[in-house]
Design a protein. Sequence first.
Length: 388
Amino acid sequence: MESTTGVQAIADLIQTIIKFLGRAAFQRQLLAIIVVLIIAWYLSKPLITWLGRQYGQWVQRRRESLSSENLTVEAVNDQMQVVVWSFKWVMQIADMVMFPLLAILLLTLTILLFNALGWVSGLLSDALYLFALFLIYRFLLAIGYIIFDKQRVIKYQTRLFRPLFAVIIFLLVIRGITELPVLAKAPLIPLFDGLLTLGGLFIATVGLYLWIMATGLLVDILQPAITDRTNTDPRAVEAWLILLRYASITIAILIIFQIIGFSPTALAAVLGGLSIGVGFALQDVIKNFFGGIILLFEGSIRPGDWIEVKDKIGRVESLRIHSTVVQTEDNVEFIVPNQSYLNSTIVAYTYSQTGFMLKIPIKVSKDTNIKEIQATLVTIAEKAPMFA
């Protein structure tokens, strides 16, 4: 089995799955799982709607009860805000976990039915275990929606959590069919001094992608935590965290090279042979790359800084290795190559301070009340996104 090639191992795995699908006991359990999923899916939506109605009616009764206690309108509203906030997260969690909860309940009943009839229920038990993991995954997502920024959670749900959960489920399913360590060692193609295995290919692709996404999540978590607990400039914190992220990604790539059989000697030979052609073809990319490194180390531009781009003032939203994203006050985003900062003068408004002053000429008539104009301008400025 250990001498089996990667292609043969995949073919054997497919044949094993086909054999399982041809068994009556497997087909019976698979059909039961499909029916359970359909029923759980269609029942979860009406149940959530019903819970929402019950919650709304309870809130209304609570408001009427408070109003009958001769409380002021402000006092009633304050208490109702506390009540609504306290139970809002309950409804959010219920919305996220209702489907897996129903699926687990129905699968448990189905397993009891199969055991009573004397039928095999091993696949149903495995499905029950997987849905327990899915329930935990959805519960943690619901907690994330409550605690953290919703847009950030949606971003990492799509890019990290959902792929990571899919990978875990995939590996658990494969482990139930064949020996996972043996499958991972199956060779695919010769690669320099060694062989590229299925496990090595998996780590070099899926593993590296998940690591890149995980480091991005770690930066987003550490930045506010460090900033809130120290007096460090948040722009400097983010810049150093970005540097640490790229350093960790570089180390991960070097480790992957070792895993897949890329020796340092072979890597140097390949890079030496391609250096001239790649140097001419990708010289702008290389300039932008080193420009990003220089900017991060020097701190001349940091995330959160206000700079001038094409005669417009904007905020540096993100500083990446290749380019910088600058967003103006009217939500126009400029993607600026990093090398442009090295060859031109940078107009920075917050290089050494967090605030800056803008001069905006305003013309009014002679008989205008200056104090009213000043108060109006201050109110408008306080509501502006760039000053809020």
